[in-house]
Ligand binder design. Structure first.
Ligand SMILES: Nc1ncnc2c1ncn2[C@@H]1O[C@H](COP(=O)(O)OP(=O)(O)OP(=O)(O)O)[C@@H](O)[C@H]1O
Length: 570
């Protein structure tokens, strides 16, 4: 249950509301029991009185009090159910809001390196399905056993009108049966819901990957093959849901059977008490009906045990500490602590804006050395170009500077302070980083640029668009800079997307800049125009520009080549 603890403590601020919600559930259940039991009593009492009067025996029955009681129970049941639904849903929605906010900020706090390794479908699953399972933790998991226990106590009190012994025996049997059924559901649900949660996550992730890569899949004619994999996972998920439904149905069947047996037992005992003239006929009928009225509050127990197990499986998946553990411990961000512990944490004097890599070694993947005792100093305002073959470690170098990757040995310093000791937010605020991958959001051109600077005026955006040779394209768009560029920027070309991403970096007035392949996807003429725009913009900033060959980067003060993990001057 440890996994559920954070979510239980999230409920603490709402404990007053939760208690009112549970009380309303109890009032609904109690009214249902009262309605059925009193109706049974009243019908029998009127029948017996009528029979006695017909037989010429003097008999009297007050019909107003029980009639009023039945009406009160009926109205209370309806009204309490209405307010219970309104109230409990309000609390659940508040919890959902907190839960989503908290989960989102926990995921957002993961280092970009770790986040990049999570499939987008996996993230989607965490923010939707897993949270949906948890939002019912109270309503479907915790409140029903509580209400069921109290409903049994109310029934015991009603049975005690006829016989205390019958009431205690029935109460004991029902409590034990309810607890056993709930616990059975909890235990049998563990493995089942764990498998189901992961089948559900796999299906979603596969589906999102499938849809995102549909163009490629179509181009290679492999839609059918991938579709089969999605269908396979869908089948697995459906089979899991079916097993879960069977489990709930079995629990409900056992529970209903037990209740019917107890009701028959109570009926027989009540009849023998009636025959012995110890209770009236009306009370004898009321007693088994009070048991049958428990079908509603107790009927949800198997589902609540399984729901708790399901919530636990989702809570486990939402625990981002386990996510961090799944991936390389080197993927982190500044301020995360000492990492490997082998580095000096002392702050050495540096110049404003200067960058230093000191004997940095990085191993990635299976442990191959990507950077090998690499050292580099970039002075304030200096522009250094680094070229190298694909996979030689250029992006790793940029990620080290951003603090998304921690070296196995050596250290990276910015203005004399180790990157890992910098405050993450202010470090990134001083760094303009054009990553190799272009990520545009589903939104307008202006919206995508303003990610870097929310206050940027339209005029500033237009001048940037002009500098990046995007003016003709944007002017031809129906709404100019307010044109929607679709899901993940799919409605712009690769080269246009690249320039928008570059524009975003340029909007951020950062003193330190890293550009990873800034000219990729551009034709020669556009590349030349963008290249000179970058050169002008870089004036006064400290910069590292990465590319495959000298022509892939703008003019720089110093050009180096990265090969076998080390840098050499060209
Ligand atoms: N997230 C990762 N986890 C493990 N290994 C990685 C990861 N990213 C890259 N690598 C490995 O690190 C090595 C260097 O990759 P890197 O992306 O730094 O090279 P690069 O020079 O930028 O390549 P390219 O020019 O093709 O982008 C490669 O061998 C790659 O397989």
């Amino acid at each position: 249950m440890n996994e559920l603890r954070p979510y239980l403590s999230m409920m603490r601020p709402y404990r007053g509301r939760l208690l009112i919600g549970a009380a309303l559930m109890l009032v609904t259940a109690a009214s249902g029991i009262g309605l059925l039991a009193l109706s049974g009593w009243f019908i029998t009492a009127t029948a017996v009185t009528g029979a006695l009067l017909a037989a010429g025996v003097a008999a009297r029955l007050d019909i107003y009090v029980p009639g009023g009681g039945i009406r009160t129970f009926a109205v209370t049941r309806t009204v309490a159910r209405y307010f219970e639904r309104v109230f409990n849903h309000d609390v659940v929605l508040r919890l959902l809001r907190d839960l989503r906010g908290q989960t989102f900020s926990r995921l957002a706090n993961l280092s970009p390196g770790v986040l990049g390794q999570l499939r987008s479908g996996e993230l989607l699953n965490r923010l939707t399905t897993d949270i949906d399972r948890l939002d019912g933790l109270y309503l479907r998991g915790l409140a029903p056993p509580l209400v069921a226990g109290l409903a049994i106590l109310i029934t015991v009190a009603l049975l005690a009108i006829g016989s205390i012994a019958v009431a205690l025996t029935a109460g004991l049997i029902l409590m034990t049966a309810g607890a056993l059924i709930g616990v059975r559901a909890w235990f049998s649900g563990q493995a089942l819901t764990r498998r189901l949660a992961s089948a559900n996550a796999n299906l979603r992730a596969q589906l999102v990957d499938h849809l995102r890569g549909l163009t490629e899949l179509k181009a290679f004619g492999s839609v059918g093959y991938h579709r089969k994999r999605v269908d396979g996972l869908d089948e697995e998920e459906r089979a899991g849901e079916e097993r879960l439904a069977i489990e709930i149905a079995t629990g409900e069947a056992i529970l209903h059977g037990t209740l019917q047996l107890v009701a028959v037992g109570v009926l027989l005992t009540a009849l023998s008490l009636f025959a012995a003239d110890r209770i009236s006929g009306a009370v004898a009928v009321m007693m088994p009906l009070a048991i049958l009225a428990l079908l509603e509050p107790l009927g949800v127990l198997p589902g609540s045990g399984l729901h708790l197990a399901r919530a636990r499986a989702s809570a486990k998946r939402l625990d981002t500490r386990s996510t961090d553990g799944t991936y390389s411990s080197q993927e982190t961000h500044p301020g995360d602590g000492d990492g490997d512990g082998s580095q000096s944490t002392e702050v050495t004097p540096g110049q404003a804006g200067d960058i230093r890599f000191e004997s940095v070694t990085v191993r990635r993947g299976a442990g191959a050395k990507v950077l090998d005792e690499l050292s580099l100093t970039v002075g304030e305002g200096e522009h250094v170009g680094i070229i190298g073959a694909s996979g030689c470690g250029k992006s790793s170098l940029a990620n080290l500077l951003a603090g998304w990757l921690v070296p196995d040995s050596g250290q990276v310093l910015v203005e004399g302070k180790p990157v890992k000791k910098q405050d993450f937010a202010s470090h990134l605020a001083r760094l303009g980083y054009l990553t190799q991958q272009t990520d545009l959001f589903s939104g307008t051109i202006a919206g995508n640029l303003r990610v870097a600077c929310a206050e940027a005026s339209d005029a500033r955006l237009w001048s940037l668009i002009e500098v990046l040779a995007l003016d003709e394209f944007v002017a031809s768009c129906p709404d100019g800079i307010n044109t929607w560029i679709g899901e993940s920027g799919l409605e712009v070309s690769g080269g246009q997307a690249r320039r928008l991403a570059l524009g975003r970096v340029m909007l951020r007035d950062a003193p330190i800049v890293v550009l990873d392949e800034p000219l990729s996807g551009l034709d020669e003429a556009t590349a030349a125009q963008v290249s000179s725009a970058i050169e002008r913009w870089l004036t006064g900033r400290t910069a590292i520009v990465l590319g495959h060959e000298p022509s892939a980067i703008p003019s720089v003060d110093r050009l180096l080549q990265l090969r076998t993990g080390r840098l050499a001057r060209i």
